[in-house]
Design a protein around this ligand. Structure first.
Ligand code: UT7
Length: 343
């Protein structure tokens, strides 16, 4: 039987470190290091400079993942790009990534299909299910899946937006999902969504019901009401549902594969809030060493959190071939998902 396994991982974060204290000192946000650490566990995050696109941070992560898989870029036969901060309204960021990877140039140009996934914090897990399905069907051999975000250009870095803007950071993580005849890889996944909560965590910068969808002023410039400019989040509602759905989807995945928590070596949880993950780990009874975390250094990078964490675990020797791992995510939509992988 054809299986799909993760053959390579890569990651990239912009070099500029922004500490909690810098949010107060440099951006003038009425916040404290203590408040942010206590509520979220975040100590610092990375911010990209002006002029950097989401596809730009994706490139080094993808190149590293392809190299880590022992492949050449030309071996990739499908690109899947998960993000909530695409370069533009359209087209999707996958095609920009394809070009920036150099796949459209020269004799060996590869005009591979590019697919964008719009599932926010669950984007990577949704993308993994999609990539694994494509591989298992025999249609694709090496799928490049990247989760990448530039949040810092599109959050309200003032006191008004502090509940959201102190949480998010920029970065990218990528994997290659490859075909194998060996008995290992992505075993399965469980995905879910509840559209009743679509407006509890959203960014409505464009509203297609309006005609025209941006008002145009006498200087021919589009005008956007400030309350539509920035992401909106009802933190407590999100927190409550995140805990419930992440536990449920993890249980579903375990049941589908006849596993108990003790059969799983490492749990890679979406990094939205250390307190959410500690709460879940406590509820299920997971020892902290089985639940890697890096939110303290990167904040919430939405679609990039899980691949960033995977890359770090591989690089530091924590995640080794032969281990059984679970990936679990929850985010805007609300959407959620989990996957079981034999690494
Ligand atoms: O990736 C998935 C999406 N996101 C999540 O999973 C996030 C889930 N939610 C959370 O993590 C938490 O709800 C937050 C960390 C966002 C907020 O924590 P909270 O305990 O729910 O705080 P709150 O929003 O109820 O705010 C409590 C107080 C408020 O002040 P008042 O009204 O009590 O005077 C806020 O204005 O804390 C204030 N506050 C802040 N103070 C300092 C909110 N943000 C900040 C801040 N610094 N950054």
């Amino acid at each position: 039987m054809l299986n799909a396994y993760i053959s390579g991982v890569g990651a990239y974060v912009p070099p500029r470190v922004v500490t909690n204290q810098a949010l107060a000192d440099e951006y003038g946000i009425d916040t404290t290091d203590e408040w942010i650490i206590q509520r979220t566990g975040i100590r610092e995050r990375r911010f990209a400079d002006a002029g950097v696109y989401t596809s730009d941070v994706a490139v080094p992560a993808c190149e590293a993942a392809i190299e880590n898989a022992g492949l050449r870029k030309q071996d990739i036969d499908l690109i899947i790009f998960a993000t909530l901060s695409p370069d533009f309204h359209f087209p999707g960021s996958g095609v920009y990534l394809q070009k920036k990877l150099g796949l459209t140039e020269g004799e060996n140009a590869r005009f591979v299909p590019c697919l964008d996934i719009r599932n926010q914090c669950s984007g990577f897990v949704y993308g993994l299910g999609t990539a694994a399905s494509m591989v298992r069907s025999g249609q694709h051999k090496h799928v490049l899946l990247v989760g990448a975000e530039i949040h810092s250009h599109a959050i309200d870095l003032t006191t008004r937006g502090r509940t959201v803007s102190t949480l998010f950071g920029d970065g990218a993580g990528a994997v290659v999902v490859s075909a194998t005849d060996e008995d290992r890889g992505v075993r399965g996944w469980d995905l879910g969504a509840d559209g009743r909560f679509a407006n509890n965590l959203c960014l409505k910068i464009w509203d297609m019901s309006q005609k025209p969808y941006f008002r145009v002023n006498e200087r021919d410039e589009g005008e956007i009401p400030v309350d539509m400019l920035w992401p909106y989040m009802e933190g407590k509602v999100v927190f409550r549902h995140a805990v419930q759905r992440m536990v449920e989807t993890l249980m579903q995945s375990c049941m589908k594969h006849d596993l108990t928590k003790d059969d799983i070596d490492l749990f890679f949880f979406h990094q939205a809030n250390l307190r959410i993950n500690e709460y879940i780990a406590n509820m299920i009874g997971l020892p902290p060493e089985k639940v890697p975390s890096n939110i303290e250094r990167y904040g919430n990078t939405t679609a990039a959190t899980i691949p960033l964490l995977l890359e770090e675990a591989v690089r530091t020797g924590k995640l080794e071939r032969g281990m059984k791992i679970a990936l679990v995510a929850f985010g805007s939509g609300f959407t959620w998902g989990s996957a079981i992988v034999d690494w």
